[in-house]
Design a protein around this ligand. Structure first.
Ligand code: SF4
Length: 173
């Protein structure tokens, strides 16, 4: 199975807690004004990677505590990202996923692949980037409408459990 990616960052500390490998999906339907990664929008841009190739690249970063799926929009390639996510988790890495969709869009979707990708993620950062709500003081996100959601707790309670404050207060401390 293949993924179309815009790129991979080997050591990031701004895309979730700890040192993380970031995998950027190529292709994004949201087209948020002010997006920081407009090169990721074209669904035919970037290049194709085999899932196994990405696993090998991640394993060459032993310092990484987890992997973040960013974009672009990972849910456009949900089946391939879910496969990658399950394999990375089997190597002891936790998964954080960014999406321009809202939590409700994902849980109400009929797509099994969307549910799979959502439920294997420990945290979801949801929502499009809103330029008029841009805030550099936030942890791991660019605008105030975006939320850090504890996926496990949210699926259990059947409502989004937002934990953004936990990370914002750490950033300000
Ligand atoms: S969802 Fe993310 S990558 Fe897509 S346009 Fe919005 S900010 Fe850019």
């Amino acid at each position: 199975m293949q993924l179309r990616l815009a790129g991979i960052t080997k050591e990031s500390v701004v895309d979730g807690p700890g040192i993380r490998v970031v995998i950027y999906a190529q292709g994004c339907p949201h087209r948020c004004p002010g997006c920081q990664n407009p090169k990721t929008h074209d669904p035919s841009g970037g290049r194709l990677f085999c899932v196994d190739e990405v696993i090998q690249m991640v394993r060459r970063v032993p310092i990484a505590q987890g992997v973040t799926f960013s974009g672009g929009e990972p849910f456009v390639q949900a089946e391939a990202f879910a496969k990658l996510g399950h394999m990375l988790k089997s190597h002891g890495l936790d998964i954080i996923t960014y999406t321009g969709y809202a939590w409700q869009d994902l849980v109400n979707s009929p797509s099994e692949a969307w549910h799979d990708l959502l439920s294997l993620s420990s945290l979801l950062i949801d929502g499009p980037f809103h330029e008029n709500e841009r805030d550099l003081s936030l942890a791991f996100r660019g605008s105030r409408n975006q939320r850090i959601i504890d996926v496990g707790a949210s699926l259990q309670r059947n409502e989004p459990v937002v934990v953004s404050d936990r990370f914002d207060s750490r950033k300000k401390a």
